[in-house]
Design a protein around this ligand. Structure first.
Ligand SMILES: NC(=O)C1=CN([C@@H]2O[C@H](COP(=O)(O)OP(=O)(O)OC[C@H]3O[C@@H](n4cnc5c(N)ncnc54)[C@H](OP(=O)(O)O)[C@@H]3O)[C@@H](O)[C@H]2O)C=CC1
Ligand SMILES: O=C(O)CCC(=O)C(=O)O
Length: 483
C-alpha cells in the first residue's frame, strides 16, 4: 500500500492534531482496492489527555454566552452544507450506502447543527412560587459536564452530529470515539469543528477500537456522561461499567422492527414502504423493517409484488448513480447476514434472494432477502440481523398483527400500512415502540423530533429535538430569601 505519513488523519486532543499509537488504513467495502485513508488510533494515554483537556475547557465553555455557542454551531452547519457532496462521497466510500443516501445524511447532519444553533439560545428554566413566604425558587438547566460519545458505523455523520451538536449547545465538552469502520466522516466533522473555532479541549476526537479507546472513555472517572449508539451486547456491558462510575447514561441500540400490512392497505404504498424500510441502506439501519407482518387476504399478492420489486433492485457500487443498494459494510457483517439466510432456510422459511453477489474488486455485496412463511418464533425473526433481510409473517387479523408486532425484546420503531383510521389509531396507541409510523417506512426519521425506543432498544432519555436537553443538561433548583 502506497501511503505516507502525510495522508494520515490524526486525532484532535486539546486543540492539537496528534498521531496515535498506530495508523490503520480504512478500505471501501465496495472496492477493496480503494484505500480511503489512514487513521491514527489513539492510545489510552491519549484518551486520558483528551478527558483532561475536556475538563480543563469545561468551565469557560459552560459559561460562554449562548450566542457564542450558537454561532459556532451555525458555522459548522454552513460548512457541512457547503461540503456535502465531498463529505457524502467519503461517507459512501467508507460505509457503502448510496451516494444519494450519503449526501442526504450529510445534509441532515448540517440541519441538526443548525437546529441546535437555535436551541443554544433557547435554554429556559422555571420560576416556581415557593410554599414559603418571601422565598424564590428558580429551576435552571446546567451542562452535565464532560460527555463521552461512542458511535456506530451505519450513520457515521448523522449520529455523531445528533450527539455533538446538543452537547456543545448546552455547554458541555466532548470526547468522541467514532466507529473504527467509518472514521472518515467523523474526521471531516472534527476538521470542520476545529476550523469553525471550537476552543481547545471543548471537542476532542479519539479514534480507535471500542474495546480499547471506547472502554477507556467509559471507565474514565473524569467523564460525567456517556452517550452510546450501537449493539445490545456492547451496550449491556457498557451500562454496567458506566453505572459503576455513577455516570449519566443514554443508549440507543438494536431493533427488530415490525411493519404490519393490513388487507385494506394501498398496495403501492405497502410495497414501496417495505422496499425502503427493509432494504434501503442495505438494511443497515436500527430502524429497518425486519419483520413484515402481513394479513392473510393480501399476503400472496403482496409477497409476489414485493419479491418482484426487491429482485429488480440494483445492487452495486454506491458511487454509481444507478445503484439502489450498496455493499454490506464489512466481511464480518456479510458473513453474519449469510448465516442468518441459512438459518432462516433451516428453520423452514422459503428464502428469496440473500445470496452473495460477486462484483469487481471483491466488495461485500449481497442480494436483498425475504424469508417467506416465517413465524415470529424463528430465531431469524427474533434476532437483529442488521442486513438486507426481512421475515414475512402471515397473520389472520389486526389483533394477531398487533400481538406479533409487540412480541419482541426490542421496541425502537414500528409501522402499519392501512387505509383504516381505526386500525391506524389503535396501532399508534398500542404499539410498544418509541416511534410509530402509519403508511410510512419504519426508517427515515425527522431530525428535529425525539428519537429512541423502548424495552431492549434504548436506555435513558431521548435523543434529538428539544428532548435532547434531558440528557445534556442537569437541573438545579435554587432557593433564595431576600431577607
Ligand atoms: N438504536 C439506534 O439508534 C441505533 C442502533 N444501532 C445498532 O448498532 C449496531 C451496529 O453498529 P456497530 O458499530 O456494529 O455496534 P457495536 O456495538 O459493535 O459498536 C458501536 C460502537 O461501540 C464501540 N465499542 C465496541 N466495544 C466497546 C467497548 N467495550 N467499550 C466501548 N465502546 C465499544 C464500537 O467500536 P468499534 O469501532 O471497535 O466498532 C463502536 O464505536 C446494530 O446492532 C444497530 O442496531 C446503530 C445505529 C442506530
Ligand atoms: O431511520 C433513521 O432515519 C435513522 C435511524 C438510525 O439512526 C439508524 O438506523 O441507525
Amino acid at each position: 500500500m502506497n501511503m505516507t505519513r502525510a495522508t494520515m488523519k490524526q486525532n484532535l486532543i486539546a486543540g492539537e492534531w496528534l498521531d496515535g499509537a498506530e495508523a490503520v488504513p480504512n478500505l471501501n467495502p465496495a472496492d477493496l482496492s480503494d484505500v480511503i485513508g489512514e487513521y491514527a488510533h489513539a492510545s489510552v494515554e491519549q484518551v486520558n489527555d483528551a478527558v483532561a483537556a475536556a475538563n480543563a475547557a469545561l468551565p469557560a465553555w459552560a459559561n460562554a454566552s449562548p450566542q457564542v455557542r450558537s454561532d459556532l454551531l451555525e458555522a459548522v452547519a454552513a460548512e457541512i452544507f457547503a461540503r456535502k457532496d465531498e463529505i457524502g462521497t467519503i461517507l459512501a466510500r467508507e460505509e457503502g450506502k448510496t451516494l444519494a443516501e450519503a449526501i442526504g445524511e450529510t445534509a441532515r447532519a448540517a440541519q441538526i447543527f443548525r437546529f441546535f444553533a437555535g436551541e443554544a439560545i433557547r435554554v429556559a428554566g422555571d420560576a416556581i412560587a415557593s410554599v414559603r413566604p418571601d422565598v424564590d425558587v428558580d429551576v435552571v438547566r446546567e451542562p452535565v459536564g464532560v460527555v463521552g460519545m461512542i458511535t456506530p458505523w451505519n450513520f457515521p455523520i448523522a449520529i455523531p452530529a445528533w450527539k455533538i451538536a446538543p452537547a456543545l449547545a448546552y455547554g458541555n465538552t466532548v470526547v468522541f470515539k467514532p466507529a473504527d469502520l467509518t472514521p472518515g466522516s467523523a474526521h471531516l466533522l472534527a476538521e470542520i469543528l476545529h476550523k469553525a473555532g471550537v476552543p481547545a479541549g471543548v471537542f476532542n476526537l479519539v479514534m480507535g477500537r471500542g474495546s480499547l479507546v471506547g472502554q477507556a472513555i467509559v471507565d474514565h472517572p473524569g467523564v460525567n456522561a456517556i452517550t452510546f449508539t450501537g449493539s445490545v451486547p456492547v451496550g449491556r456491558n457498557m451500562a454496567v461499567d458506566a453505572a459503576r462510575g455513577m455516570k449519566k447514561l443514554q443508549m440507543e441500540m438494536g431493533g427488530k422492527n415490525p411493519m404490519v400490512i393490513m388487507d385494506d392497505a394501498e398496495m403501492d404504498i405497502a410495497v414501496s414502504t417495505v422496499l425502503n424500510g427493509a432494504f434501503f441502506s442495505t438494511g443497515q439501519r436500527c430502524t429497518a423493517s425486519s419483520r413484515i407482518i402481513v394479513q392473510a387476504g393480501i399476503h400472496d399478492a403482496f409477497v409476489e409484488r414485493l419479491a418482484a420489486e426487491m429482485q429488480a433492485l440494483t445492487v452495486g457500487n454506491p458511487l454509481d448513480v444507478a445503484t439502489q443498494i450498496g455493499p454490506v459494510v464489512s466481511e464480518g457483517q456479510l458473513n453474519g447476514n449469510l448465516g442468518y439466510v441459512d438459518l432462516a432456510r433451516s428453520e423452514g422459511a422459503e428464502v428469496i434472494g440473500g445470496e452473495r453477489l460477486n462484483r469487481d474488486n471483491e466488495g461485500f455485496f449481497q442480494a436483498p432477502a425475504m424469508f417467506v412463511g416465517a413465524t415470529n418464533q424463528m430465531r431469524s425473526s427474533r434476532e437483529e440481523i442488521f442486513g438486507p433481510c426481512a421475515s414475512i409473517i402471515k397473520v389472520a387479523d389486526f389483533d394477531e398483527a398487533l400481538s406479533v408486532s409487540n412480541d419482541t425484546e426490542f421496541g425502537l420503531s414500528s409501522g402499519i400500512c392501512t387505509s383504516s383510521l381505526k386500525y391506524a389509531r389503535e396501532f399508534k396507541r398500542r404499539s410498544q415502540a418509541g416511534m410509530v409510523m402509519v403508511n410510512l417506512p419504519t426508517a427515515g426519521v425527522d431530525y428535529h423530533v425525539p428519537f429512541g425506543g423502548r424495552k431492549g432498544s434504548s436506555y435513558g432519555s431521548r435523543e434529538q429535538g428539544r428532548y435532547a436537553a434531558e440528557f445534556y443538561t442537569t437541573v438545579k433548583t435554587a432557593y433564595s430569601f431576600a431577607g
